[in-house]
Design a protein around this ligand. Structure first.
Ligand code: SF4
Ligand code: SF4
Length: 167
């Protein structure tokens, strides 16, 4: 099974009770290569607002409900679904050792109504730890740093996130 599909399946218990709150945030971050793919495949995406850029990474404002959202969920095929969408509410807390980025812990953003439950789901935490390990392995340090942002993600929520270490 595709890894992204597998992750979405793992989230289903929670997301099926939530009505896609995270798709209504109206904002997500994309790697440069994700932005290129989305622009090629979706003309609407060009009209979305880029409100911040760090290297090739872009923060996209989508004015309320995401333009890819439908009544039956996200219309993007799994291969085009941005890392941020697959990962939410999980993000990696990184440390650098001898120039190499490593995951110190997983952070769970409390904007998700199930963040507490999710933080106790060891299987899902491990899944996301492995997912991010793969991304970090296959992405340049600069791109990861750009995506995460110099000061560690986007604003105040980072300080209030639930932190979980891999067991
Ligand atoms: S906010 Fe949380 S529970 Fe709701 S759709 Fe997003 S990840 Fe799923
Ligand atoms: S791209 Fe899809 S998963 Fe991501 S916010 Fe938009 S509708 Fe939701």
């Amino acid at each position: 099974m595709d890894k992204k599909e597998d992750i979405v399946k793992q989230f289903a218990t929670y997301c099926s009770q939530c009505d896609g709150k995270c798709c209504k945030r109206g904002v997500f971050t994309v790697f440069g290569w994700e932005a290129e793919k989305l622009t090629l495949e979706n003309k609407d995406f060009k009209e979305a607002d880029v409100f911040d850029e760090r290297g090739g990474c872009k923060d996209i404002a989508l004015h309320g409900l995401c333009l890819f959202s439908t009544k039956t969920g996200c219309k993007l095929p799994m291969e085009l679904r941005p890392t941020d969408c697959i990962s939410f509410p999980f993000y990696p807390k990184l440390k650098e050792t001898d120039g190499v980025l490593e995951i110190e812990a997983i952070l769970i953003q409390n904007e998700c109504p199930f963040s507490e439950e999710i933080s106790k789901n060891k299987e899902l935490v491990d899944y996301m730890y492995n997912y991010w390990s793969g991304i970090i392995k296959n992405t340049s340090k600069q791109e990861i740093t750009d995506w995460i942002g110099e000061n560690g993600l986007w604003g105040e929520w980072y300080k209030n996130a639930i932190e979980v270490k891999k067991t």
